[in-house]
Design a protein around this ligand. Sequence first.
Ligand code: ADP
Ligand code: MG
Length: 490
Amino acid sequence: MTTFKDLGVHPEICAPLERKGITTPFAIQEMTLSVALQGTDLIGQARTGSGKTLAFGIPVVQRSVSPKDPDYIDLPQGKPQALIVAPTRELAMQVSAEISLISEDRGLRVLTVYGGAGYDPQIDALEKGVDIVVGTPGRLIDLANRKVLDLSHVHALVLDEADEMLDLGFLPDVEKLVTLTPETRQTLLFSATMPGAIVALARSYMRHPMNIRAESASERETVPATAQFVYQAHDLDKPEMIGRLLQCEDHDKVVVFARTKRQAQRVADDLAERGFLASPLHGDMQQAARERVMQKFRDGKVDVLVATDVAARGIDVTGVSHVVNYTTPDDEKTYVHRIGRTGRAGATGVAVTFVDWADLHKWKMINKALDLPFDEPAETYSSSEHFLHDMGIPKGTKGRIKAAAPAKPKDKDSGKDGEKRERAPRNRDRQRTRSRGGQVVDKSAAPAAAESAESTKPADGEAKAEGSAPRRRRRRRSSGSGGSAPKADA
Ligand code: ADP
Ligand code: MG
């Protein structure tokens, strides 16, 4: 098997990687390294989680002059040798961590800059001298405008996750940054997809770039190591479903995607109230709070992250076993990006998507665009046999591990109405009929509190469930809807 050493990677870069147990390159790395190490411009396209960071990180670090090299000249203040541009703060920090690792033994100084944090520490670090700067477009331009960051010595420029920069409207900023760097630089552009605007950017600013694609990374290709499940579910039953999912066999970290900040907060609160280590992650939170949450999530002090798309962009946390789409994503691109948060680095992940009745049409469009086999997602409840079976949830598991507060003022029915107001009238009526027969009964506070105390004991829980009239009715209904689960490993 080819190793990084075989591809001509410097021993001082191989060493820190080996310390992390990384010795053999992933496909995109094997394909790009020998070319990029020569200084050639390169466009790398590969799906999320395929190891793009090292594919550009290694050449950038190896081609930077280290203080250990005889030809190293102490660069003037604030003039980095290399610049890596990433769309979000989280992503910049992740990339930076990986670059720092492989720079360790080379003695290169890496700095991360992003908005929402104070200028002073970033300016101080720039003044002390840095070799590689990783940052988000806005802050980089700010620092350049303030004349504390001088990009005229940059020999390598990386545009990471270029398609996300396009989505976030950063393309003009990126172009500005490109023009601040010397024309003789090496430019490396990495992206999961290649929309027209990115191709145009590459054409105008890169010199005979080599195109490298690991696998066919078109949007139609979803992450192969992710098993996908799609269920038509009721909004009020979703927290119960997630609560049960959080107790399935083989679960690790779970990311739930919400449509809005409000929804992310509400779902996280609900799960926390059920006794799970849940936290929201959304744009209304201060940067410091978001970083704290991400750290806790990495450390396993938070099990479930309930995130909005923007806040979750580029999140790379190892050990995410499940991604849950609390509501149907808006388009296939978002779907692919979201489910790419799991099944990373070769590990198998599970993606669960809830489709509301009102979103059925939207889901069908995604299903068609990606050529998935879930055109008619089965009506599914937290107690549905096929759901428990698909997810590997022990029978009798309840969606809470802590007894409900007895006098919880939160009125489930008013919450439901709030939700329904956002729906189309036609669906609202259908929803009401079904939920009444299906599960609102089951959600009344008193029995829920009684049952929940047993929740961690599957056998007891099952006995109780069988003895409860509303539950039995629900079960019959769900099995009547055709229990065969739409599932496949795509
Ligand atoms: P991408 O940018 O393509 O989404 P990343 O570069 O973030 O993917 O890599 C995903 C994960 O895989 C990271 O945790 C990274 O440390 C790990 N990884 C990258 N290359 C290798 C490798 N050759 N062997 C083992 N793990 C790797
Ligand atoms: Mg990446």
